[in-house]
Design a protein around this ligand. Structure first.
Ligand code: HEC
Length: 482
């Protein structure tokens, strides 16, 4: 009886699976073909399989539930190569997008950028020298970034921007300015990654002047954060150009950040730096975001050999504390800041500064006891942690009106333009002063930008956004007040 109803269940599941599979077509792209052409043909739910070969293109996906799957054969990967001419390899604004098994090299802007799509999955990609950002979901809910390798990125290799419910697991990032950057994002897990030889390994912070005003609830655990001593090669004047080389983990204005069970060694400025908004930017003024880092918990990290040769201002700061070495852990908030709810466990194990008013933490979240001696204890005490949602987030719908324009602005423009801080592009208030109320002129510029400022990179064209939407977005940009 039990057996037969079980069999019936299996049959039903099989039928569901088959009908599902039947409704989603598979498109194949081989060398010489166009991935974009396959995306244009595809419908919601379709899978696009891309075979080994070199593809010089920008792929833009604005449909829902598209999977772009690379086929790796005999060690040969499908290879998207921008030849330092193209801006972006893959842009998506659709929900439920997934991309796997691509090698992506030599673009100027991004390897994979999400422009407000929810429920994304970015796994098993290999990204080298793709310009400003590597993997950059912007303004998305519920996503996974897993098992990717990224190097040679001028700003952030993995950049979770203004997003919620994201897991960043098991990636390797090296030779970038910022390895993994969690910016103005909430509910994020950063676990099991290797961040080595970047300027800064893992950063959790608030950029002031963006539409999302907070960064909280991040867990940074079980990562290997080593030798992040690469000289800062970001574009001078941009926000990340202020990160001192030799930074292991930097928390700047982030709240409720748990840093536990990491191995943090050989970072020449400091292992963990907890600080407030004025650390890398002078314009920390955003009346709606709190520049201080509150409720930071530092538990059970292995740290040694950090601080051997502090960089720039950190060197001066250390000298003022009668030390030529940097610390394992430094809490350095602006003069008016008071620690609120932060704690540290085993404080005596580390060379640290500024932790005097921090409380002692309890045991780490997951492990009940320090000594784990049997397989059973391991399986009962180390459950999987995730910040992804148990069910997919509501798909984001972009309507052609002022509300839709706000989503598009947040999903695209805010990646490079903050209100009063210089990111990759000039601040919005500078653009407002320049354009007055001429939204049409902005809409035209955006489709076909020309180089205007010698000390900025060029702006990548956003001609994939319709003319009508560009005008609405331009009006939105002109209406910003903070
Ligand atoms: C990848 C980064 C990036 C993104 C995304 C981006 N911009 Fe820009 N933007 C720039 C840079 C860099 C400049 C400066 C270019 C220059 O001066 O040569 C710029 C300049 C501008 C200017 C000033 C042009 C002028 O006449 O001086 C406007 C207006 C503008 N962007 C609007 C937008 C809008 C609207 C969006 C979203 C649809 C957007 N940008 C998305 C990087 C970006």
């Amino acid at each position: 009886m039990i057996k037969s109803s079980y069999t019936r269940l299996l049959c039903i599941l099989g039928l569901i699976f088959l009908s599902h599979a039947a409704s989603s077509a598979v498109h194949e792209v081989k060398e010489g073909g166009s991935i974009q052409a396959a995306v244009t043909k595809a419908q919601t739910g379709d899978v696009i399989r891309v075979f080994p070969g070199t593809y010089h293109e920008t792929v833009y996906v604005d449909k829902d539930d598209i999977s772009l799957i690379g086929v790796v054969e005999d060690g040969q990967w499908p290879h998207l190569d921008g030849q330092k001419i193209l801006n972006d390899a893959i842009l998506y604004s659709g929900n439920g997008f997934s991309v796997e098994w691509f090698k992506i090299t030599h673009y100027k802007g991004n390897a994979i950028m999400g422009q407000s799509g929810n429920n994304f999955s970015i796994r098993n990609n290999w990204v080298i020298d793709t310009g400003l950002y590597g993997i950059f979901p912007e303004f998305g809910h519920n996503g996974l970034i897993e098992n990717n390798i990224l190097s040679g990125i001028e700003d952030a290799a993995i950049y979770v921007g203004m997003s919620d419910y994201v897991d960043v697991r098991n990636n390797q990032v090296f030779d970038n300015v910022a390895g993994i950057e969690i910016e103005n994002s909430r509910h994020v897990l950063v676990e099991g990654n290797v961040a080595r030889n970047n300027t800064g390994g893992i950063l959790v912070f608030i950029t002031p002047g963006l539409p999302i005003k907070s960064s909280y609830d991040a867990i940074v655990r079980r990562n290997f954060i080593t030798n992040n001593n690469t000289p800062n090669f970001a574009i001078p004047g941009s926000l990340v150009a202020g990160i001192p080389s030799g930074t292991g983990i930097l928390v700047m204005s982030g709240d409720k950040v748990v840093i536990e069970d990491n191995i943090i060694t050989g970072n020449n400025t400091g292992g963990i730096i907890v600080t407030s908004g004025d650390f890398v930017t002078e314009v920390a003024s955003d009346k709606d975001s709190d520049p201080h880092s509150d409720e930071v918990m530092i538990r059970n990290n292995i740290m040694f050999d950090n601080g051997n040769d502090p960089d720039g201002e950190m060197k001066l700061l250390m000298l003022s504390k009668f030390s030529t070495k940097g610390p394992d852990i430094l809490a350095y908030q602006s003069a008016t800041a008071k620690e609120r709810g932060s704690c540290i466990s085993r404080r005596e194990a580390y060379r640290s500064y500024g932790l005097d008013d921090w409380a002692d933490c309890d045991a780490p979240t997951v492990r009940a006891a320090d000594a784990v001696t049997s397989a059973q204890e391991i399986s009962t005490t180390r459950q999987l942690i995730t910040k992804m949602l148990p069910v997919p987030a509501e798909p984001r719908v972009i309507t052609v009106d002022a509300d839709g324009a706000e989503v598009v602005y947040n999903g695209i423009c805010a990646g490079c333009h903050a209100y009063n801080v210089r990111l990759i592009g000039p601040p919005a208030f500078v653009i407002q002063a320049q354009y007055g109320d001429d939204a049409k002129a902005i809409a035209d510029y955006v489709a076909n930008p020309e180089r205007r400022r010698p000390d900025f990179p060029s702006m990548p064209p956003q001609s994939h956004v319709s003319e009508e939407m560009r005008l609405l977005v331009a009006q939105y940009m002109l209406s910003l007040t903070e």
